[in-house]
Design a protein around this ligand. Sequence first.
Ligand code: HEM
Ligand code: HEM
Length: 287
Amino acid sequence: MKLKVLIILVLVIAALAVGIVFSNTTDAVFFDSVPWVTIAAAGLGFVLGIARALLKGKEKISYGEVNRHGTGSFLEHWGTALGIFALLASAILLGFLFFPSIMKNLDTTAFPLNIHFIGVVIALFGGFFFVGDYIATRKFDRLLPNIPDIFGGLLGKYFLRRKWSSEDKYLSSQKVAFLGFALFGGVLLISGAVKVAAHIRPINADYWAFFTVLHDLFSLLFIFLLIVHVLLVLGLREWPALASWITGKVTEERAEEDYPVWHKELKTGKRRGYKLLGYKEGSEVEE
Ligand code: HEM
Ligand code: HEM
C-alpha cells in the first residue's frame, strides 16, 4: 500500500507541477482554449471510479489488523484535496468577497485563472472517481449521516458529552462533514460550471452575477468547513486514522474501540439493517 500511495502522490503532484509551469509559460487562458478538459476529467474519473468499485477486494481482519483504505480511497481523498488546495490558493489570488485581488491587470490574472483551471481538473477527476466508486459500491449509509448520527453522534457526543456507541466505519461527525463537503462542493460545482460556460459562449449578465455571488459565498463556507475538518482531526488526535491513509490499515483493537459497528460487521459478515439506502440485512461486505 505504502509504495502504491507514494506513486499516486507523485503522479498527482507531478500533474499539478506541470500544470503550474505550463500556466506560467503560456498566454492562453485554459478556460477559453480547452474548457472541454474539465468535462473529460470528470467523465474519466467517474468511469475509473466505477471500475474500482467492481474490482476492489473485501475488507477483512488479518493478523490483528484491518484493511481500512485502498489506494483508490487515497486518490479519492488526497487527490481531490490537492486539487481543492490549488483551487483555494488561486481563489485567494483572484480575490473574492473581502479577499482583495492581488492581480493588477488581465496579464497577471491569466496565471491564477489557469491554476484555478488545473485545480478544477484535478479536483473533478478525484471527486468524480469517488462519486463513481460510491454509487457503484451502493453503500450509501457508510458516509451519509442519518438523524441519530447528527443528534447522537455529533451534538450529543461532542457538545453534551453523552455516550455514543454506534460509530460505523466513519465516525458520525465525519459523516456530517461529508454531507457538508458534498453540499458546498455541489454548489461550487454548479456555479463553477455556469462560469465555465460563460467562457464558451456569452451568458446573461444577471445570471453570471448571481452565480458569481453563489460561487464566492460557498467558497467561504467551504474554507470554513475545511478548517473545522482539519482542526477536528488534530484536536481529537485522530493519528491512527491519519496514518491509515498511508498504511491502509488500523489495528483490530482500534477498530473495535473506535468503530464498533464496522468491527461487528467485519466479524460477522453482516451489515446492520439500515432501512434507508443500499443495504440488505446480511449482505456481503466489501471494501
Ligand atoms: C473549492 C472549490 C472552489 C473555490 C473555493 C472556488 C473559488 C473561486 C473564486 C474565489 C473565484 C474568483 C471570483 C469569481 O469569479 O467568482 C473563482 C472563479 C472561477 N471558478 Fe471557482 N472555485 C471552486 C471550484 C470551482 C469549480 C469546481 C469550477 C468549475 C466547475 C470553478 C470554476 C470557476 C470559473 C470558471 C471561474 C471564473 C474565472 C473567470 O472567468 O473570472 N470553480 N472560483
Ligand atoms: C479539501 C480538502 C479535504 C476534503 C474535501 C476532505 C474530506 C474528507 C471526507 C469527506 C472524509 C470522510 C471519509 C472519506 O470520504 O474518505 C475525510 C476523512 C478524513 N480526513 Fe479529510 N478532507 C480534506 C482534507 C484533509 C486534511 C488536510 C487532513 C489532514 C489533517 C484530512 C484528514 C482526514 C482524516 C484523518 C480522515 C479520517 C480517515 C479515516 O477515518 O480513516 N483531510 N475527509
